[in-house]
Design a protein around this ligand. Structure first.
Ligand code: 6PG
Length: 258
């Protein structure tokens, strides 16, 4: 079931988590094929959180090798929407989650994996370091537009408070519009993140939000149908200027939508 809207993009409601992860994997495979017809590298920006894990496992071939075999993995470059201030082997690391769920299984090499490094750095230093990494890669591959990296495909989750990536309520919307990467000030140290900004997300060719579960139903309704307060609800700041925005949501998460 689809319901396109100019403000929020397309909303596709899937019967369950299994259908949702397949739909997401299909979108990635199709976009990857299209992009690789024209050039040699496909850039995929991964998110953390629980929702994408089963998608990553499917991409890695767990229980079904379709996507592991179908996607030309050596040409895919992996980036992250956000990261916690933890080392790469920490259980809370978004990089570690993706590595275990699928990067190892598709034999991603060091050159393909552009993780947000945090070791020995303050959040601000880690943000600067990642901005440098993005500029170097996207500059070298001529994939900057208006001097901003243009990702081929971005995956995002929706927090129960409406946050996308590492941009929690109260994120500094004005400041965060300008740099590519920020380390927003947070009251709860457990929320400390290094995060890409809407400036980068909104330059992407495709952005797909993955939202599942009844507990996400109220916030999904608020994001898609409520008043627009992007400085509180950062998911509302995600609107690609020249790209596609797709919400893949399961029936439970969609249960309160009009
Ligand atoms: C993270 C992401 C975060 C996540 C949402 C949804 O690293 O956790 O920063 O933005 O995508 O909080 O998370 P769930 O999928 O776990 O609900």
């Amino acid at each position: 079931m689809t319901n396109p809207s100019p403000l929020t993009g397309e909303v596709r409601i899937l019967p369950d988590g299994e259908a949702l992860r397949r739909a997401a994997a299909d979108e990635i495979a199709r976009s990857c094929q299209e992009v690789l017809r024209a050039r040699k590298a496909f850039t995929l920006c991964l998110s953390g959180g629980k929702t994408p894990r089963s998608l990553y496992q499917l991409l890695g071939g767990e229980g079904d090798t379709t996507f592991r075999l179908k996607i030309p993995w050596p040409q895919v470059h992996f980036f992250w929407s956000d990261e916690r201030l933890v080392p790469a082997d920490h259980p809370d690391s978004n990089y570690a989650m993706a590595r275990e769920a699928f990067l190892q299984k598709v034999n991603a090499t060091r050159k393909q994996v552009h993780r947000i490094r945090t070791e020995g750095m303050t959040p601000g230093q880690a943000a600067t370091d990642y901005e440098r990494e993005l500029r170097a890669f996207f500059g070298e591959h001529l994939m900057l537009r208006h001097n901003v990296p243009r990702f081929d495909f971005v995956l995002l989750g929706l927090g129960a408070d409406g946050h996308a990536a590492g941009l929690f309520p109260g994120w500094d919307a004005q400041r965060a519009m300008r740099p590519l990467v920020v380390a927003p000030k947070v009251r709860d140290p457990a929320q400390a993140r290094i995060s890409l900004t809407p400036l980068v997300f909104n330059m992407a060719a495709t952005i797909v939000f993955l939202v599942t579960g009844k507990d996400k139903a109220p916030i999904l309704k608020q994001v898609l149908e409520g008043p627009r307060t992007p400085e509180q609800i950062s998911a509302q700041a995600i609107k690609p200027a020249e790209g596609k925005l797709l919400w893949l949501v399961d029936k439970d998460a969609a249960s309160l939508l009009a």
